[in-house]
Design a protein around this ligand. Structure first.
Ligand SMILES: [Zn+2]
Length: 162
């Protein structure tokens, strides 16, 4: 199977699995996942502000299979790696939603304050750290009740907003 075929077969499965995991933590959302070149050769990328426009959209790099080869990771891990990438990027969706909606919605403001209370440094580092911890918590790779609680509260906000 070529890398391209593997990606075409695997990305829709990874999308379904990511949505299932998000639903398990209380987030019922719809997302668009496209195979598309990312900037800065990231595995995946959230299309900033798409959740407020055409629909929450992620790009997954067509180079993911090549990255697995380079890193010595088994090809059978492709779906898991893409699921983890989507869940990490979804952490950025949550962050962006709260950053923008906190000015408009008191519930979002309270959640944003609690998320920001984990702050350790610069806003960029905090966002990246949050996305990483959120993704690991939702996938179940790490136990983080605090991130799962954030997910549930975000899921409730979404029900009112989307
Ligand atoms: Zn990130």
């Amino acid at each position: 199977m070529t890398a391209q075929t593997a990606m075409q077969k695997t990305v829709p499965k990874a999308k379904s699995e990511a949505l299932r995991l998000l639903a398990e933590v209380g987030i019922e959302d719809d997302i668009v996942v496209k195979i598309h070149k990312t900037t800065a050769s990231a595995l995946g990328q959230y299309r900033g502000a798409s959740q407020f426009r055409s629909g929450t959209t992620f790009w997954i790099s067509p180079d993911v299979p090549a990255v697995l080869v380079r890193e010595g990771i088994a090809a059978s891990m492709l779906e898991d790696v893409i699921v983890d990438t989507i869940l990490h990027e979804y952490g950025h969706v949550l962050w962006e939603f709260l950053r923008i909606r906190s000015h408009l919605n008191p519930k979002a403001e309270r959640l944003w304050e609690d998320v920001r209370a984990l702050s350790t440094g610069s806003e960029d580092d905090d966002e990246e750290g949050f996305a990483e911890n959120f993704g690991l918590a939702v996938s179940g790779r790490e136990q983080s009740p605090v991130h799962l609680a954030f997910a549930r509260r975000f899921g409730e906000l979404l029900k009112e907003d989307r």
